[in-house]
Structure formats: structure tokens, C-alpha cells
Ligand binder design. Structure first.
Ligand code: ZN
Length: 237
């Protein structure tokens, strides 16, 4: 059976630039920019959804939503959307990967890399929205102005596709210590990096290039140029 939907994946340590570049690619290719935490937030805000209560409680406590619910939310969205997608920071486990490749074609996988010191610097200047997880950087003037208000200005869509301002509280993670950041890097390396081996396996099986490592310790425009070349080479332009 041929798969109806296809996706581009974005991997990288926290702070590697996944959010920025998956947004850019989805705009350029007219794709859906899919962030699982945003989908979960929609579930939490929809009282008619069977998992609404559980998801709201888990997210409010800062916990991780069960894998099966995260898969259901993401796959449900990918398969019902009219567009192909760019997945931002998903999948993070082999279970999620298996569920994804069963029904969706993987066009490309980007692995964004940055040196550890830059990863630490970026995370320590970053403020996050408690609700939609959007990030703001206090090293930029726009970021600084938004952070001052402590409110997230991002426009999200509710279940009926109506725009709504997120308005979530912005906070600086109290675990932005160097030690905690290095721990999250370690978690990425032990839980997510092994998925790249599965991507390489897919490359061999399907006899096509899928995985691209992109150095993001460069000006945005240089990184974007590199990404555009890859998209063109893959015939996705
Ligand atoms: Zn927000």
C-alpha cells in the first residue's frame, strides 16, 4: 500500500534550532508544521476529548504524556491533515518511530548539530511558554520585548481552526543550569540518537539518501541555504 502522507523530520539536541528551521521549511513547502506538544495542548483545552483531563493534569505537572497518547495525537493529526508535514522534535522513541513509518513516508531527516558550549549559551538565554512551549531569546530585541510582558503572543488554532492567542506564561527554566542542560543532551543521545540508525537502515532498504546532518553553528542564512539545497536535491522544492 502506498502511503498517502509524507513528512520531514527534524532531530537535534535542545537548542539546536529544530523549531526555527522546521517552521521555515513548512512555510516554504506549504506543509503543516507539527509540534506534538501543541497538539496535546489542544486536547487539554477540549473538554469533549476523552484524554482531555489526563493530558491537562500531566502537562500542568510538567510530566511526560504517555507514549500511546502522544502517538494517537500526532498520527491522528498527520493522517487527517490535508497537507504533508514537517515534524518538529518527533519521534523521540522507537515506539513513536515505528508507529510513524507504518503509515507515513519519510521524505528527509535533518539532524541539526551545534557545539556543546553554544547549546548551553542558547538555552540559558531562552524563555519558554508554559502552554505551547514556544521559545523566546533574550539576546534579541524582539525576544527581550516579549519576555518583558511575560505573556506568549503566539497565535494558535483551536479545534475548530479558529485562531486564539496562546497567552501562556513565559518562564526561564530553573533547570537551565549547565549540569541540567548536559543531562538533557545525554537523554537525547541515549533515547533519540539511536533512531538515526533506523533512518540509515531505511536508506539502505529504500536505496535513497534520507538523513542529512546540518551544522547549525553558523548564521541562519547560511544554514537555510544548505537546507534549501538539500530540499532541491531531494526533489521537494
Ligand atoms: Zn504560548
Amino acid at each position: 500500500m502506498s502511503k498517502q502522507k509524507s513528512t520531514i523530520l527534524m532531530f537535534g539536541v535542545p537548542g539546536a534550532g529544530k523549531g526555527l528551521f522546521s517552521k521555515k521549511i513548512s512555510e516554504l513547502l506549504n506543509r503543516d508544521h507539527v509540534i506534538t506538544s501543541t497538539l496535546l495542548k489542544q486536547i487539554a483545552s477540549d473538554p469533549t476529548h476523552p484524554h482531555s483531563e489526563y493530558v491537562r493534569k500531566t502537562m500542568a505537572e510538567g510530566g511526560l504524556v504517555k507514549e500511546e497518547i502522544s502517538i494517537e495525537a500526532t498520527m491522528g493529526h498527520l493522517l487527517s491533515s490535508k497537507k504533508n508535514s514537517v515534524l518538529d522534535g518527533y519521534p523521540r522513541s522507537i515506539g513513536r518511530w515505528n508507529a510513524l513509518v507504518k503509515d507515513v513516508r519519510i521524505d528527509l531527516v535533518f539532524h541539526l548539530t551545534i557545539p556543546t558550549e553554544e547549546m548551553i549559551r542558547r538555552q540559558q538565554s531562552r524563555w519558554v511558554c508554559k502552554i505551547c512551549r514556544e521559545q523566546y531569546d533574550d539576546r534579541t530585541p524582539e525576544g527581550k520585548a516579549i519576555i518583558k510582558t511575560k505573556k506568549c503572543p503566539k497565535v494558535l488554532k483551536d479545534q475548530n481552526e479558529k485562531p486564539m492567542v496562546c497567552d501562556g506564561e513565559l518562564y526561564q527554566r530553573d533547570d537551565a543550569t549547565t549540569e541540567a542542560i548536559l543531562h538533557r543532551k545525554e537523554v537525547f543521545e541515549t533515547e533519540t540518537l539511536p533512531l538515526l540508525e533506523l533512518v540509515r537502515e531505511m536508506e539502505r532498504k529504500e536505496n535513497r539518501k534520507i538523513l542529512y546532518e546540518v551544522d547549525n553553528n553558523k548564521p541562519i542564512i547560511v544554514v537555510l541555504k544548505k537546507i534549501l539545497e538539500i530540499l532541491i536535491e531531494a526533489g521537494l522544492s
